[in-house]
Every structure is written in structure tokens, then in C-alpha cells.
Design a protein around this ligand. Structure first.
Ligand code: AMP
Length: 310
């Protein structure tokens, strides 16, 4: 089953305690698409500039990602620069240059209209909503956002949240959105007041917790919260894209299954953690370009092992 993703395709300049990289291929949609490509067919809606070459596109194509919806515009691609020098769990943004995204008007190729799963990766909520409205027939909508949109553009974000089956968000952002620091209460607020039927709150290196409303599973009464682990890693080289890679593994697995059940949702959270753990091992998208199915399954077993009581 195909996932259609809209979000940023970017060049990232990143500094971590392990070093600095200039303009590596990144962006929320890129990390997401690469991670999801190990589970299902992915189609992309985004815009890039003249600095995005055939070689960059080949990185996506080699993973079987459909780039027909990747518009090439005059000007420069989105550029993000940030560091993790103070806190490996929280990106510090130095600069964001929207560039070609400023004028972006998303168009959906006719061949994408049968996509069953829609992922609204991090980008201006106005664009997220526009793509959502252009795809009224999808089976499921899942989305991500970031602190910037919550604090400065909440009114634009609210109509997007109202469209979501599942919101993926980190714990700091959940606290902002829920208006309360406690994760359980923040999740409760999000589920009862803002629209998503389930929320997955990510705790960086400590894993993720899923919270469910009664509306999420057809034929089920809802489910208790579920905590999936993260793999304790000695070397976190670059956390950029960990959240999007989590989302890619999570949603890619869901799209590969015949229906959404509580077990499928929980397993998907494990696969999310697996793909996030690969993403942080190297700078940018380097690791996600070259992981194998066997490595994914091996790490999935490790996730089970570290969280299973005999
Ligand atoms: P993550 O670390 O998973 O939260 O996502 C990191 C990616 O998000 C980077 O590759 C950036 O290019 C991208 N990014 C950073 N800021 C923004 C923004 N304001 N809008 C869209 N994408 C962004």
C-alpha cells in the first residue's frame, strides 16, 4: 500500500559533538521516505531548488521512492542549520531558509490519487492542510509538527490536527500543545480537545509512548497506553531526522499490514524505534540509505529482548 508524504526536502548544516557537516541531504520528508521505503511504496510531494541534483534524487530513487511529485523550482532548496552541542535530545536551530518552499503550491500527480496513507511531515501547516484537502479519500492520515508551529502558528496548526488519525510529537512539543508538562495529561488534552485519535509521544533516547482514544481502532474499545523502548546507544553521532525516521518505520509498517489493530500499532512503534536508532548512527541520511532488511529484523529482535520479561 502506498504512502504519500508531504514535507521538507532540505540541505542541512549540522554540528554535533562528533563533528560538523555542511549541506547534507535532509529534510523531514527525506528522512521519513527513506525509513518507510524498507516497508512499503512511498510517493513524495515537495519542492527542491536548482542545487538539488540528479545525484540527490538518485538517493531517493535507489530506495524505490517515487519522486514524480518532487517539483523542481528556480532558486535554492530549503536549508536548515542547527546543532546539538548542549543537548543531544533537542535540536538548537541556528537558521532556517525556506527558499523555494516560500512559494510552493503543492500539486498531486494523477497517479498518486489512489494513495491510501497520507503522512504530513513537518512543514508549514498551511501546506499540510492543502495536501490533506487534495487527498480526501485516503484511509489514514498521520502527521508531525514542531515547536515553531505550535508556539508561533497554533491557529494554522489546529485545522491540521483536527484531520489526523495519529499525531507523532516529542514530549516537549506535547507539553506545549497540551498546555501541561505531564505527558499523560498533555496526551489527554490532545485527544479530547484537538482531534487526533491517537498520539505517539517520543522521548528521544528513552523511547516513545502511545495514547489512544476510543475512536482509533475499528471494532476495539480503545487501548491502554503503550511504551516502546529506544535502544541504548553508546554513540549518537547525529540525532537529526530521528523523529522522521521513527515516523517512517512506524507508518511504513502500518501501511504494510491489512488493518490497524492494537498489536499492529504497538509493533509499528517498535519498528519506529528501530529506524530511529539507525538514523542517529551517522550524519544526515547516510545510514538510512544503506541499512538492510536483515539488519532491521535483527534490531527489532534486540528491541524485543531489551524490553521483555520472561
Ligand atoms: P527531526 O530531527 O526528525 O525532528 O527532523 C529534522 C529535519 O527537519 C531536518 O532534516 C530539517 O531539514 C527539517 N526541518 C527543520 N526545521 C524545519 C521546518 N521549520 N520546517 C520543515 N522542516 C524542517
Amino acid at each position: 500500500m502506498s504512502i504519500l508524504v508531504v514535507g521538507s526536502v532540505a540541505f542541512d548544516t549540522i554540528e554535533t559533538p562528533y563533528g560538523k557537516r555542511e549541506r547534507c541531504l535532509g529534510g523531514a520528508a527525506t528522512h521519513f521516505a527513506l525509513a518507510a521505503s524498507y516497508f512499503t511504496q512511498v510517493r513524495m510531494i515537495a519542492v527542491v531548488g536548482e542545487d538539488f541534483t540528479a545525484e540527490h534524487e538518485a538517493v531517493l530513487r535507489r530506495r524505490g521512492i517515487d519522486t514524480l511529485g518532487l517539483e523542481h523550482a528556480k532558486g535554492k532548496s530549503f536549508h536548515w542549520s542547527g546543532d546539538y552541542l548542549e543537548d543531544l535530545n533537542a535540536a538548537h536551530t541556528r537558521q532556517t531558509d525556506l527558499n523555494v518552499f516560500q512559494e510552493f503550491d503543492p500539486k498531486i500527480p494523477a497517479g498518486y490519487m489512489d494513495s491510501k496513507y497520507l503522512f504530513l511531515a513537518n512543514i508549514d501547516p498551511v501546506l499540510q492542510l492543502r495536501v490533506r484537502k487534495l487527498m480526501p479519500k485516503v484511509r489514514m492520515v498521520c502527521g508531525d509538527t514542531m515547536n515553531y508551529w505550535i508556539s508561533a502558528h497554533l491557529e494554522k496548526l489546529k485545522p491540521v490536527l483536527a484531520e489526523l488519525d495519529v499525531l507523532l510529537i516529542n514530549d516537549g512539543e506535547a507539553a506545549m500543545l497540551g498546555g501541561v508538562k505531564n505527558t499523560v495529561r498533555a496526551a489527554e488534552h490532545i485527544l479530547t480537545e484537538l482531534g487526533p485519535k491517537a498520539v505517539v509521544i517520543k522521548h528521544g533516547e528513552y523511547g516513545a509512548t502511545g495514547f489512544f482514544s476510543k475512536r482509533i481502532f475499528a471494532g476495539h474499545k480503545g487501548a491502554r497506553p503503550f511504551r516502546a523502548p529506544a535502544l541504548p546507544l553508546a554513540d549518537v553521532v547525529d540525532p537529526t531526522g530521528a523523529g522522521d525516521s521513527f515516523a517512517g518505520g512506524f507508518y511504513g509498517y502500518i501501511a504494510s499490514q491489512p488493518e490497524l489493530t492494537p498489536t499492529v500499532f504497538r509493533t509499528a512503534m517498535f519498528y519506529g524505534g528501530v529506524m530511529g536508532s539507525f538514523a542517529v548512527e551517522r550524519f544526515g541520511t547516510e545510514r538510512l540509505q544503506n541499512v538492510t532488511k536483515a539488519e532491521i529484523e535483527e534490531r527489532f529482535s534486540l528491541f524485543r529482548e531489551i524490553s521483555h520479561l520472561e
